[in-house]
Each structure stands twice: as C-alpha cells, then as structure tokens.
Design a binder for this molecule. Structure first.
Ligand code: ARG
Length: 577
C-alpha cells in the first residue's frame, strides 16, 4: 500500500477533470502537523502562479472534482491554497487488514533495474579505519534496500589493489627475505609498507629495484603476480572477518578492484586520442574539460596517462564506469565515497560520457558523506593522533552494550549476554551512522548511540521486544495469521496504523534518494507511535474480544515492520533485552 501514490493518482485525476493539463503535478507530502490532516497537497501555489489564477480558486476547482468518498472524512482548503486531507479511520483499517493478508508488508511492485552499488572499497596493505565505516555501512544498507524492492543489485567493492606502491612492497619483502606470507597479518603489512616507503625515499638503488618490479608486475611476471595476490589476499581475508562481524553482506565475490580494469586502459587511451578528446601535453596524455561554472570557458586538464606510461586513479574510474555500463548493463550506479572525491568522480564520468561509454539513460550518482568527528568536532582519532581502527571500535561498542544489558538484568546467562551485547553494540554503531543525514559530518557519541531513549537502535530493538513479550504472554506465535478485522477507535491506534501504512512510501524514497536516515527516522517514529498506543490501549487486559484481536493485529504488524526495517539497515533484533 502506498497512500502517497494512491492520493497522487486521485488528485491528478481531479486536476485533469477540472481542466488542468496532465503535466501538472499535485505535489503531495505527509502533513507535518496534526491540524493539517494526514497528507497535504502543495502544488496549487506553483500552478496558480504559472497560470495566473489564485491558488485558492484552483484548489476549489480541484476539490469539486475530487472523489475521496470513504477514503477521507474531510478535505479542507487553507490559505494560500493548500488542500489538507484527513483520512478516514475505517479506510485505514481496511488497508491494515490488506497488508496483513499479504507477506510483503505492503510493498508495491517496482520496475526492475540493474543497480551497481560501489561501497566499502578499502585499500590493500592498509587496515580499514573509521573513514571506511560510513561507506561500508551506508552502502550495505542501500544494497539491501534496493534488493528488497526487487532490483538486481551488483555489489562492487572497488578495492585499491593496483598502483606503483606494489612494486615497492614486493621489492621490500624480498629485501627483508620474507617468504612465509601465511604468518603476515594486515597490521604487519601496514608496518612493512611504512618501512618500504622509507627505504624507497632514502635508498636510490632500492627505488630503482621497486620501479623495475612495477613494470614486471604490470607485464604479468609470474613471481610478482603471486606476491601481489598474496598481499591482496591477506588484506581481504582480514576485511572479510570485519564484514562478517558487522553483518555486512559483502563477500569475496563482490571484489571488483582497480586491477580488474587495467587491461582495458591501452584501448581507452587510444580511443580517447582518436576521438580527439585526449591529447599529448608536456609528455603526458591529458583530457581538457570545460570548467562547469566558468563563463569564459576555462579548461581543466585531467591527466589520464603519466610520462612514464602509468595510468591514474581517474583512468581506472573511466574504465570502471565503461565496464559497468557495457558489461554489467547497469541502469543506475551509486557510489558511496566521501565528499572529497567528488571532483575526481565527476571528471571521470564526464570523460566517459563524452567518449560515449555511458548511455544517456544510465544514472550515475555520487552519494557523498561527511566525516565522523569526536565530541570536540575534530576528526575522530585516538589519543596519540592515530586513526581509530574499526575492530577496536567494535570491541568497545560490545563492551559498552554488555554493561547496558547487565545494568538491566544481572541474572542473564553468560552465553545469551554475549549474543545480545554483540547485536546491540554493533547495531548501535551502525544505526548512529545510518540515522544521520549522510551529507554532513557527524559527532560520534557513545552515550547517545547506546541510549534507550531517542532515535537509537536500542530504542527500536526494545520496542520490538515489547511486542514479542505481549505475544509470549498471550501464547500466540508472531508469525500466525490473525483472524478478525482491525478497528481504529482511538487516536493512538489511528496514528500507529498511519505510520505502519507509510512503510512502502518510506522505502521507495530511501531507494530514490539513497538516504537511509529517512528509514531510521521512520522506524523511530513507528516505535514512538507504538509506545503511545501501548500505553493507551491495554492490549492483554482488553475485555472486548474483537478489539483485543484488532490491537494484536496492529502490534503484530508493528513488530514485523520494525524487524524488517532494522534488517534492511543490517541490524538484528533480539528476543528480549
Ligand atoms: N579505494 C578508495 C579509497 O579508499 C575508494 C574507491 C571508491 N570507488 C571508486 N570507484 N573510486 O579512497
């Protein structure tokens, strides 16, 4: 059920009947205040202006043709020309029963697309740090949501597994006579990398050897390839452990790193040259792009091949988008990368578009995000100024969640405590990130994220356990299809029903905008509405059998929606807290 879509259709029909053209949009939104009804039509202001008619007159004309019989009990016009729609509780109740009679929670069908989601994308020989956290968590939630709607989602982990520094690493491992790779951890690799860089900068002979290895690696030398593969392997095995721990759906199959595109490069360079897009400039190969906002037509030079023949990060992304369009047949590509890479991405796409690698119908979207900051608004680091490792962050979250659970219940068996703390701890970190509008920086705050009050995952997980406990006490299986009809006889019930019926429109908006915080805000609202309902309606004490059954139905749909919603965010629920 999509009330928003349904009303849009109804109003559009009325607009047509009142003589407006079919291009006119009603622009409906959920009302922000109760006194404005449940939905509000905002489009008359802009239309009135375009047509030179007062918005109120226009609203009146539309209202005359509007048929919301049995659907709304009141539609009122307020200045300067809004239409406020007050939905009929009986109609809402029927919709709840409809939703409960299906298994889809009211999700309506979509036009299936192939969507590539580029996320996480750590670099080889470096541990993932908190900076990769946002990309991984937000990207994974989006992949889950798009898949849930029925799209064909391709998860692309664009790892940094190529570049001249691999020559340096291979040479250094050889210099140190390190042969047993099985014992090397990612942490060791990071240290080796720093030492190798030092040697490269200090020792001319070593630097020369490193450069020779780069060429060898690029030419497919067997020894270099083997060592390189081991380096990638060490890194991604460790990262996979983190993904699994965080309930992130990425698997080794999703790795599509920079190396994948290297054999496409020579052809792309010559193609761009033959299309007169790329030229030689000071020994490098460069594409000159018009500055977006410059009137005088200033140009920016983007290097795609260096003097020594090496390709760049941008060249890789040109090949990568070509591959995603031509080989993966993407209709839409979402990139979850921090905002500092926006210029890089737009340049790569612009070149690829000009070269004809991207059909016009393909949508490319950079879903940027800001940084994670500490309480003082500074980039999140350890006391010694190092970047915080993701694994340490997760350990601390679980520690804190353990204390939270123990505070409430000291008698909980150890094994259960461990499992619950893991779910609550990791969930709270993920939710803290997902619940903020991703475009801004956000302040990492342990106390808030683990609080049982406010827009946090423990609050929503707790609301879920409350329903479970009702069903346990009533001795009913939560999955059972309940008989009887829904009655919405008081305000908290109506509000809860309305929130439940907005699941579909919420998910569709998140899928469109790539903004999971909208889903978080929805779940928080739903949990709050449930809490008000729970306090007003004594579900288990209710004497009237029909009403009790109706309460149970609302509670059941609440639990299912909360669980599904959290699961789309990659967060588990617990049976009790
Ligand atoms: N590996 C890069 C980094 O850590 C992110 C890659 C993002 N994806 C892309 N197609 N460029 O900064």
């Amino acid at each position: 059920m999509n009330i928003h879509g349904f009303l849009t259709q109804k109003i559009s029909q009325a607009m047509l009947l009142s003589g407006l053209s079919e291009n006119c949009r009603p622009q409906i939104s959920q009302s922000e205040k109760e006194r404005f009804g449940h939905y509000q039509v905002n489009g008359m202001m802009a239309l009135g202006k375009d047509l030179g008619i007062s918005p109120k007159t226009l609203a009146k004309k539309v209202l005359e043709k509007l048929d919301l019989h049995d659907i709304a009990h009141k539609v009122e016009i307020i200045s300067p020309g809004f239409l406020n729609i007050f939905l009929e509780p009986r109609w809402l109740a029927i919709q709840i029963d409809n939703v409960l009679s299906q298994d889809t929670l009211g999700i309506t069908p979509i036009k299936k697309q192939t969507i590539v989601v580029d996320y996480s994308s750590p670099n080889v020989a470096k541990e993932m740090h908190v900076g990769h956290l946002r990309s991984t968590i937000i990207g994974d939630a989006m992949a889950r949501i798009l898949e849930f709607l029925g799209h064909h989602v391709i998860r692309a982990n664009h790892i940094g597994d190529w570049g001249t520094h691999f020559g340096m690493l291979i040479a250094f491992l050889e210099k140190q006579k390190i042969k047993n790779y099985a014992k090397i951890t990612l942490n060791d690799l990071e240290i080796l990398y720093r030492e190798a860089k030092h040697a490269y900068d200090q020792d001319v002979k070593f630097a020369e050897c490193a450069r020779r290895y780069v060429v060898k690696l690029q030419n497919g030398d067997e020894y270099c390839q083997t060592v390189w593969k081991q380096l990638v392997n060490i890194t991604m095995t460790q990262n996979q452990m983190l993904y699994d721990r965080m309930n992130v759906t990425l698997t080794p199959k999703n790795i599509m790193g920079e190396s994948l595109y290297q054999n496409m490069m020579p052809d792309i360079i010559s193609d761009l040259k033959s299309k007169k897009l790329a030229v030689h400039s000071q020994d490098a190969v460069v594409v000159f792009l018009k500055e977006k906002h410059s009137r005088s037509g200033e140009l920016t030079g983007v290097i795609i091949q260096k003097k020594d023949g090496a390709y760049l990060y941008t060249t890789t992304d040109i090949a990568c988008i070509k591959y995603r369009c031509e080989t993966l047949h993407a209709d839409r590509v979402l990139y979850y990368i921090d905002s500092r890479q926006n210029q890089h991405l737009t340049q790569a796409w612009e070149i690829a578009r000009q070269a004809g690698y991207i059909p016009d119908s393909v949508q490319l979207e950079h879903h940027m995000f800001g940084m994670m900051l500490d309480k003082n608004g500074k980039p999140f680091k350890t006391r010694t100024g190092d970047i915080i490792k993701l694994s340490c962050l997760l350990d601390e979250a679980i520690d804190r969640a353990t204390r939270l659970v123990l505070d409430k219940n000291q008698n909980i068996p150890k094994k259960e405590l461990k499992a619950i703390a893991e779910i609550i701890g990791i969930g709270s970190i993920k939710y803290a990130d997902l619940s903020k509008n991703r475009t801004t920086n956000y302040i990492f705050d342990w106390n808030h994220m683990l609080s049982l009050k406010g827009n946090t995952s423990p609050y929503i997980q707790y609301a879920y356990t409350r329903v479970l406990s009702i069903f346990r006490k009533a001795n009913i299986d939560l999955e059972k299809r309940l008989s009887g009809s829904t009655y919405l006889l008081n305000n908290p019930s109506i509000e809860l029903a309305l929130s439940l019926l907005r699941f579909d429109e919420t998910i569709k908006k998140v899928a469109h905008d790539g903004m999971p915080h909208i889903l978080c805000a929805y779940l928080y609202n739903l949990a709050s509405k449930f809490s008000q309902f729970y306090e007003t309606c004594q579900i288990l004490e209710e004497k009237d059998k029909k009403i009790k059954q109706s309460y149970l139905k609302l509670a059941q749909l609440t639990a299912k929606t909360l669980k599904q919603g959290l699961s789309l965010l990659g967060i588990h629920t617990v049976e009790r807290m």
